[in-house]
Write a protein that binds this ligand. Structure first.
Ligand code: ATP
Ligand code: MG
Length: 442
């Protein structure tokens, strides 16, 4: 009987080995940059109590209204949710473990998030974010620090132009006055509102500004702007942020209609946008969320953070072709079974001691067939431990890639097994040196 094939959940993707080097390279560079700014990693569970997100994100948001994977644990009746974002989780963890008790914190995280959206390019039901949260810092210097960090990351990744849009949402009072003006404005033009906007008019009118419906755009363009409602403190925060960014050489434009999908943001909000990904062009969103720690039951502490959409950045990297293909290994070790296998095993371990990435041929097969495998593996070198070589305590080394002409192995040479690791590591280092001026081997 032939069994039915199983498939992954719609909108949830496998990361296949062909793409893994791109993800690994991106993650490694992102972590380097985060560490360069003093951020330390935090990992929180993927599943949290549903109340964390309804309280921490806000009831009237896209996420909580229609995107959460919520379920009841059938074994104990607990309402649980697959995390749709990680800020609420990070804040929960900081409160739970008293991390904000003695000093402010700079934290980063990465991992999968879950939102029940319509899958399309750049929009998935399981997607990944790399993000940072700075907790306990009130000033615009930390907002600026995170923006500079992101600018550095885009530069390191060489993903081409990414635009920064900036806005300030003010404080709760300022937003309340803006909100009243918005409601009055939209009410007076009720017949032009779409169904979404009508529904949000009294629950979350700010989100109408975020409407993606083209027919709503003229109405939205003329709506009252939050920046006209900012008081002295909020304006000072926003002005200082802009000064620091200008001094730091970061270009940006103020977009008074920029809001965030989450309720808890105040003051600074921003998005990094590329034109090369179509409709899903926002690769990172961030800003301040000073009320959140208290909302989640902690002693009040300001917060500021961002989240990068990893799939979207990976797509940009793939297009730009800037990232190296690091899938090839250093050496593929061939043998003829029996005693030669044991000698080959020792040779492979010696090479690994020297820091090389090595595939030892598994199973049987003629040397010719193994050579084909070696070639297909993308290895720089084939290391042959046949009967003759094993008897002489040596291995034959053959350079496999055309670009290797500059290394000491003209075509094939014999190297003593005891010296194999050093010799090959040296040859690879020479290769790396050669290539630093050209493409760069990862
Ligand atoms: P959008 O308006 O596109 O729905 P959002 O405001 O919901 O975005 P955030 O919650 O701010 O997005 O998440 C930060 C980043 O995570 C986004 O800028 C985007 O790059 C990425 N992201 C959000 N949702 C998805 C998704 N469903 N699939 C892939 N990436 C996503
Ligand atoms: Mg969304």
């Amino acid at each position: 009987m032939k069994r039915e094939k199983l498939a992954a959940v719609r909108g949830m993707n496998d990361l296949l080995p062909g793409d893994a080097p791109l993800w690994e390279a991106f993650e490694a560079r992102a972590v380097d940059v985060l560490r360069a700014y003093g951020y330390r990693q935090i990992r929180t569970p993927i599943v949290e109590p549903t109340a964390l997100f309804t309280r921490g994100i806000g009831e009237v948001t896209d996420i909580v209204e229609k995107e959460m994977y919520s379920f009841v644990d059938q074994l104990n009746g607990e309402p649980l949710t697959l995390r749709p974002e990680a800020t609420a989780s990070v804040v929960r963890a900081c409160i739970e473990h008293n991390l904000l008790y003695d000093a402010p914190r700079r934290l980063w995280y990465m991992g999968p998030m879950f939102r029940h959206e319509r899958p399309q390019r750049g929009r998935y039901r399981q997607f990944h974010q790399i993000g940072a949260e700075a907790l306990g810092f009130a000033g615009p210097d930390v907002d600026a620090e995170q923006i500079l960090l992101l600018k550095r990351l885009w530069d390191v990744l060489e993903i081409g132009p990414v635009r920064l849009e900036l806005n300030s949402l003010g404080n709760a009072d300022e937003r309340a006055r803006h909100r009243a003006a918005l409601v009055a404005y939209f009410e007076s033009r009720g017949e032009q509102l779409d169904a979404d906007a009508r529904r949000r008019l009294h629950s979350n009118p700010l989100r109408i500004l975020d409407s993606k419906n083209p027919s709503m755009q003229p109405l939205v363009a003329e709506a009252p702007r939050i920046t006209d409602f900012l008081g002295a403190d909020s304006s000072a925060h926003f002005d200082r942020l802009q000064e620091i960014l200008a001094a730091g050489g970061v270009q940006f434009s103020v977009n008074p209609r920029l809001v965030r999908g989450l309720d808890y943001y105040n003051l600074t909000v921003y998005e990094w946008i590329t034109e090369r990904l179509g409709a899903q062009g926002t690769i990172c969103g961030g800003g301040r969320y000073d009320p959140l720690v208290e909302m989640l039951g902690g002693r009040p502490a300001p917060g500021c953070g961002f989240a990068i959409g990893v799939e979207r950045v990976i797509e940009l990297l793939r297009e730009s072709g800037a990232m190296p293909d690091a899938s090839a290994c250093d050496a593929y070790v061939l043998h003829q079974g029996g005693a030669t296998y044991l000698a080959a095993l020792r040779a492979a371990e010696t090479l690994r001691d020297a820091g090389l990435e090595v595939i030892l041929h598994a199973g049987e097969g003629s040397l010719k067939a193994q050579m084909k495998r070696a070639d297909a593996s993308g290895a720089e070198y084939a290391v042959i431990v046949g009967e003759a070589e094993a008897a002489a305590g040596a291995a034959a080394v053959k350079a496999l890639r055309a670009r290797d002409v500059s290394v000491p192995f003209a075509a094939q040479r014999s190297v003593r097994l005891s010296e194999l690791g050093e010799t090959l590591a040296g040859a690879l280092a020479a290769l790396d040196g050669d290539e630093d001026s050209t493409s760069g081997r990862n």
